[in-house]
Design a protein around this ligand. Structure first.
Ligand code: COA
Length: 168
């Protein structure tokens, strides 16, 4: 039987830290569904379609093993609907632990058949996040090694358009 995990998140935008988790996750699972949370309450920098495009362009090497999708509502319901048996999450610093622990326990209470699997984020990415990378780019900082080239280009394009607020 093929194993499938959902890797959920905002991916606003995808970073090299996320890609590191996907790369290593694919050593554990046959397929990973990268699922972008559609949350109208959270202001995003990139639209869902822009985020899907950036993920597609950045993960071409894994195209036969990944699916890119968006979802709203409960993660465990989405995972069950997709017949995934696990939720994949990256753990960065200690600060992530409490929130991730709480979410994993709640998800298990909601659906005992779906397991949360944590991978330690690569050392290089421990202190990065989509917001901090956007913030650095906004003020002209070098983000070359933090995001794929295509994402870097899209971030710069967005900031070059007049009146684009950071919104995160
Ligand atoms: N490397 C670098 N950065 C990483 C990373 C990694 N490996 N993993 C996460 N991050 C960063 C992200 O870039 C993001 O940064 P940002 O806040 O600046 O955008 C931050 O960590 C948060 O990570 P993310 O994975 O996007 O989490 P989230 O909190 O936005 O979303 C969901 C988490 C989607 C899993 C969760 O909200 C969810 O499941 N929602 C659906 C409702 C539900 O079922 N809730 C649970 C039960 S009630």
């Amino acid at each position: 039987m093929k194993t499938c995990a959902v890797y959920p998140g905002s991916f606003d935008p995808i970073t090299n830290g996320h890609i590191d988790i996907i790369d290593r996750g694919l050593k554990l699972f046959d397929t990973i569904i990268i699922a972008i949370l559609y949350n109208p309450a959270k202001k995003s920098f990139f639209t869902i379609n822009e985020r899907i495009d950036m993920i597609e362009q950045s993960l071409k090497q894994f195209s036969d093993k990944i699916e890119i999708d968006s979802f709203d509502g409960l993660l465990v319901n989405y995972a069950a609907q997709k017949k995934a048996t696990a939720v994949l999450r990256g753990m960065r610093a200690v600060s992530d632990f409490e929130y991730e622990f709480q979410m994993a326990l709640m998800n298990r209470k909601l659906n005992k058949n779906i397991q949360t699997v944590f991978l330690m984020t690569g050392l290089k990415w421990i202190f990065t996040s989509s917001s901090i990378i956007k913030e650095a780019a906004r003020f002209g900082g070098d983000i070359d090694n933090m995001v794929p080239d295509y994402v870097n280009k899209k971030i710069k394009e967005k900031f070059n358009k007049k009146h684009t607020p950071l919104n995160t």
